[in-house]
Design a protein. Structure first.
Length: 95
């Protein structure tokens, strides 16, 4: 899974983390399965693509993957409401 982290602001972001959770309902953080550390922050107007690869025991079909940027709220921002994203897990169909 590729996940794009972007700094859409005019100032560089100070160091922060991105946490990935498996969720049963798309709202609760049921299981933390990965974490990325942006120890140098992220320049204004730039982005970085995280490649997340995990093996889960059992099926995760019907669950959600939540990505939370700056979960500890270390980065001062004008808009703190755009730091999360979620996707529902669906089966991969190949032909």
């Amino acid at each position: 899974m590729d996940f794009n982290v972007a700094n859409v602001g005019n100032l560089p972001a100070t160091p922060f983390k991105v946490r990935f959770y498996l969720s049963n309902d798309g709202k609760k953080f049921d299981f933390l399965f990965s974490e990325a550390n942006f120890s140098k922050g992220l320049a204004a107007g730039s982005n970085s693509v995280l490649k997340i690869s995990n093996v889960f025991s059992g099926t995760i079909y019907g669950k959600y993957i939540l990505a939370i940027i700056d979960p500890l709220r270390k980065v001062a921002e004008i808009n703190e409401t755009n730091n999360g994203s979620s996707i529902s897990v669906r089966p991969l169909v190949t032909r």
